[in-house]
Ligand binder design. Structure first.
Ligand SMILES: Cc1cc2nc3c(=O)[nH]c(=O)nc-3n(C[C@H](O)[C@H](O)[C@H](O)COP(=O)(O)O)c2cc1C
Length: 169
């Protein structure tokens, strides 16, 4: 993998997220790994630092991992892994070894988890965590549409430590 600086990264993150989807991955204190598919999140600048963010509902198994971990990774897979992403977005790591079922191969370096099948891995260190609140939604239609059971996402803002890409920059 090649490392690119945030300002050199040329991806269209709108199509990356909305069309291709990503994996949000973390390892817990015992070194167990879990991952889930996500299509909501973003990249930008906060507090003078390059950041990425993702949102995780409390019922996800990944939530406990994200809580324990200091770092999360956001991974965009190479073309041809749509079924793997669909599986990781449907099955829970509570019930099966979905990483194996999805045909994915984790690459672990200390507390950072990437995948052999990755096109891009963004390594983020958690710097802000907060739960979405009902009174924060000015457009109330979002609540009815996305939170009928009030399972508001937890927001994880991470400082981008590394962007690794399989394609030569
Ligand atoms: C395209 C897609 C996008 C998703 N985006 C999110 C997301 O941003 N946040 C979230 O909490 N769940 C999201 N999910 C749902 C989780 O991926 C799904 O519930 C998964 O099975 C959770 O696995 P886990 O229990 O092992 O954590 C998404 C699912 C799909 C298919």
């Amino acid at each position: 993998m090649y490392e690119v600086l945030p300002k050199q990264w040329r991806d269209n993150v709108f199509s990356d997220l909305d069309d291709e989807w990503m994996l949000v991955t973390a390892s817990n204190k015992e070194g167990k790994i879990n991952t889930m598919t996500a299509s909501w999140g973003g990249f930008g600048v906060m507090w003078g630092r390059p950041i990425c963010f993702c949102v995780i509902r409390p019922q996800r198994y990944t939530y406990g991992f994200a809580e324990e971990a200091d770092r999360l990774t956001l991974t965009f897979l190479k073309k041809g892994f749509r079924e793997s992403l669909a599986l990781c977005g449907k099955k829970s790591g509570r019930d099966c070894d979905k990483i194996i079922e999805a045909g994915l191969h984790p690459v672990v370096c200390r507390d950072v988890v990437g995948f052999e099948e990755a096109r891009t891995v963004i390594v983020g260190r958690k710097i802000y965590v907060g739960d979405m609140k009902e009174n924060g939604f000015l457009d109330k239609s979002i609540i009815g549409r996305y939170y009928p059971t009030k399972d508001y996402h937890r927001l994880y803002v991470c400082e981008i430590e590394k962007i690794l890409t399989a394609e030569e920059p």
